[in-house]
Write a protein that binds this ligand. Structure first.
Ligand code: EPZ
Length: 420
């Protein structure tokens, strides 16, 4: 195992290239199960979650060839069972359920794992495919879905916390090869869902309304191979924006898409950051002391839950009291205890975190608990006085391509060491 060491207090300055989006690439890779022809996916980030998905697809019968950012998936999925050992390590692996069912009319997928951010039910995934005619059985930790035929339906996919990204992805992928028309109401509008829909359309699927809460799919008999380039990662973008801001720096995020992060830009501007769209990317400038704000996480286009932890690190150093309300995963606050070790003052009251800004954080030994919480600790470490050691950084390698190298490129003092 490795740990990250950060010598804090350096102002970050320079340019970082934003990688392809993990959460777009993973369902797109799963969608390649829907055809026997070759799919070429470009701008795929080098992440351990991507490697896990490659293993799952290979296990199902596809062959995979990866050269730098291009992934070529070919062959056909002979098997219908996605094994526990792989699926249980990553939430996104559940999105092989829809394509396996769509293509083979049978899928056996282990219950998914993923980051520890509170309960993560799959009732909406099952509701979506059941509405299309699948019979579901839960047996020995596996979801077994079977259908003689899949038939289009009108499906309401809203849950207690709003729309679901991967339930929308699964239902859409099962519906593209169903008979007739499927309408998904309260579908997720996230850019990653739009990217998946665009990939499916390039494979011959007939989809309308992606990016709205009503997606309409007209089933087709067969899909063909396609070439697609994955969209830039909006969470990585936001994380580097906040790395610039928390260090009072000036960074340029090459290939960033401002239209994917409107709510974040709005909030960070309210905090006092200067954010400017330039040709080919986004320039972000922080200042010495940011203003406190109230942040509420919501489904897209609201403020993303995947940037809540990082925003908390920024607000720990703001000039006053901020409030963060988590409306997607109300228990996604494990980072609070670790930030407190660094001198942060945060009180948790149900899904509300009340943050009293302090003048400075001080480096400490902390432990990464999940992907975005780990990113929050990195941000805090960059701003803190002294040395921060972050253990269990395999979480970061699941979702941030070459994080330490990219941060070094803009002036951070950060490196890896072996952890005992
Ligand atoms: C996706 O997870 C992302 N993962 C998550 O990013 C992200 O936090 C989340 O969407 C919300 O934006 C991937 O894309 C791989 P949801 P997903 O279903 O689809 C409830 C990261 O850090 N719900 O949209 O699993 C659920 O409990 C990860 O990269 C149900 O009630 O999330 C939550 O409250 C972490 N029933 C809300 O919906 C269901 O069947 C939204 O979750 C499914 C979800």
């Amino acid at each position: 195992m490795e740990k990250l060491i950060i010598e804090g207090g350096r102002r970050l300055e320079g340019s970082v290239r934003i990688s392809g989006a993990k959460n777009a690439a993973l369902p797109i890779m799963a969608a390649s199960l829907l055809t026997n022809e070759t799919c070429t996916i470009k701008n795929v980030p080098a992440l351990s979650d991507i490697d896990t998905m490659i293993k799952i697809l290979k296990n199902l019968g596809l062959s995979a060839e990866k050269q730098s950012g291009t992934l070529i998936l070919s062959g056909s999925c002979g098997k219908t069972k996605a094994s526990y050992d792989l699926v249980s390590t990553m939430r996104a692996s559940v999105c092989v359920l829809g394509p396996l069912l769509g293509k083979n009319r049978r899928a056996e997928v282990s219950f998914p794992g993923g980051c520890v951010i509170g309960p993560r039910p799959i009732d909406l995934h099952l509701k979506g495919i059941e509405a299309l005619g699948a019979k579901i059985e839960i047996k020995s930790g596996y979801i077994i879905a079977k259908a003689k035929r899949l038939k289009g339906a009108r499906i309401y996919l809203g849950g207690h916390f709003g729309s679901s990204v991967l339930a929308t992805a699964n239902t859409m992928m099962a519906a593209v090869l169903a008979e007739g028309v499927t309408v998904i109401e309260n579908s997720a509008c996230e850019p990653e869902i739009v990217d998946l829909a665009n990939f499916l359309i390039s494979m011959g699927a007939r989809i309308e309304g992606q990016s709205t809460p009503t997606i309409k799919i007209k089933g087709v008999k067969k899909l063909h191979g396609a070439v697609h380039s994955v969209i830039p990662d909006r969470v990585e973008t936001g994380t580097y924006m906040m790395a610039g801001i928390i260090t009072g720096g000036d960074v340029f995020l090459k290939d960033a898409r401002p239209d994917y992060i409107i709510a974040l830009i709005d909030k960070l501007t309210e905090c006092g950051a200067k954010i400017k769209e330039l040709p080919g990317g986004l320039r972000v400038q922080g200042k010495k002391r940011m203003k406190p704000v109230a942040v509420t996480t919501l489904p897209y286009p609201g403020f993303p839950t995947d940037m809540q932890a990082q925003a908390m690190s920024v607000l720990c150093l703001a000039d006053g009291i901020s409030v963060i309300t988590e409306k997607i995963f109300p228990e996604r606050f494990i980072h609070i205890s670790e930030l407190s070790r660094m001198g942060a003052r945060i009180m948790l009251e149900g899904p509300h975190a009340i943050i009293e800004g302090v003048k400075r954080l001080s480096g400490a030994r902390v432990m990464a608990s999940d992907l975005r919480a780990s990113a929050a600790l990195v941000l805090a470490g960059l701003a803190a006085r002294g040395k921060t050691e972050i253990s269990r950084i395999y979480h970061l390698d699941r979702g941030y391509e070459k994080l330490d190298k990219k941060l070094r490129g803009i002036g951070a003092s950060i490196w890896r060491e072996k952890d005992k």
